[in-house]
Design a protein around this ligand. Structure first.
Ligand SMILES: N[C@@H](CCC(=O)N[C@@H](CS)C(=O)NCC(=O)O)C(=O)O
Length: 305
């Protein structure tokens, strides 16, 4: 079976979500450390343009976005499950909260005077359609502090009666999704103190950290591209008769996130479902690749010609 390769950098909160899932599932993986800011030439040779963190590679199949990566890891290693039957929908809905919590955590880190790597602010500004206005962000800080306090109190309340995980005795996708923004807060002394009043929340974070990261060894980006080049995508072509827009295998499409980091990936549709879309592309370095995305929060458009 082809190795699991994670393209990530260590301070990325979304990547921490996947590293903890790898630990939870006891999976071994290869770690490719990617640059924190663009350009990321080895990564984009594989994805066809998507530059966000993390990205999962299995041979010549590339999985973008943690929602899609979580499904791929579940398929590879179904137990322990990220989607316990009793809480499946609730766990996924809980995960939808992560982006708001992530943005609040990043803002708190920025406002705490923490030092970002060179070029970081300029690079991230390019990922928003209208850039970002630091003055406006600072103006919004008092209300964002209120919002974060409310969210932390909700999580604390959910856990304070002795539930080990957010929805009961078993961890689910929602636990990993809400853990990672708090990992960002915990990793800086100036923001870790925001978690101080929340003992049950901190104990829950400790339980997730106890899953570890799974066993991993390092790999270079160039070697990961060579692995893709030598492999053949395993995704079968499949028609989705329920596609609301009647898309079908062979259609040329572009796939792009609806709001943040809008770098479109173009290719030929291979398969799609309610939760997933896969497109085939050819890259001069990586060869034939199939790139996978989630459906929610992504825009699929026809490409003419
Ligand atoms: N919806 C994406 C969000 C990923 C995301 O925003 N990751 C941040 C890092 S934690 C990112 O890509 N930042 C820009 C970069 O790494 O180039 C997912 O679930 O994977």
């Amino acid at each position: 079976m082809a190795d699991i390769i994670l393209h990530h950098y260590w301070i990325s909160p979304y990547a921490e979500k996947i590293r903890r899932i790898l630990g939870f599932k006891g999976l071994a993986w290869k770690s490719v450390e990617i640059p924190i800011v663009a350009p990321k030439p080895d990564l984009t040779a594989l994805t066809g343009g998507y530059r966000k963190t993390p990205v999962l590679q299995i041979g010549a199949d590339i999985y973008c976005d943690t929602d899609c990566i979580a499904l791929a890891l579940e398929e590879r290693q179904p137990t322990p499950t990220l989607y316990p039957a009793q809480t499946r929908a609730a766990g996924v809905m809980l995960a939808a909260w992560q982006q708001e919590l992530f943005m609040l955590a990043v803002l708190m880190a920025g406002a705490s005077g923490s030092v970002f790597p060179d070029g970081f602010i300029e690079d991230r500004a390019t990922m928003f359609d209208d850039g970002f206005d630091i003055g406006k962000m600072l103006e919004s800080l008092p209300s964002k502090r209120d919002h974060l306090r409310a969210k932390l109190a909700i999580v604390e309340r959910q856990l304070e009666h002795g539930r080990p995980f957010l929805l009961g005795d078993d961890a689910c996708l929602g636990d990993f999704a809400l853990f990672h923004p708090l990992f960002a807060l915990r990793s800086l002394p100036q923001t870790a103190m925001l978690l101080e009043p929340h003992a049950a929340l901190r104990a829950w974070m400790d339980r997730i950290e106890a899953f570890g990261h799974g066993e991993f060894t390092d790999l270079s980006g160039a070697d990961a591209v060579a692995i893709a080049q030598a492999a053949t995508p395993t995704s079968p072509t499949a028609h989705d008769p329920a596609d609301p827009n009647e898309r079908k295998p062979g259609d040329r499409v572009s796939v792009v996130h609806e709001s943040f980091g809008r770098d479109p990936v173009e290719g030929e549709l291979v398969s799609s479902s309610a939760h997933h879309i896969a497109v085939r592309r050819h890259d001069p370095r990586a060869g034939e690749i199939v790139v996978h995305f989630p459906r929610e929060h992504y825009v699929v458009a026809a490409v003419e010609g």
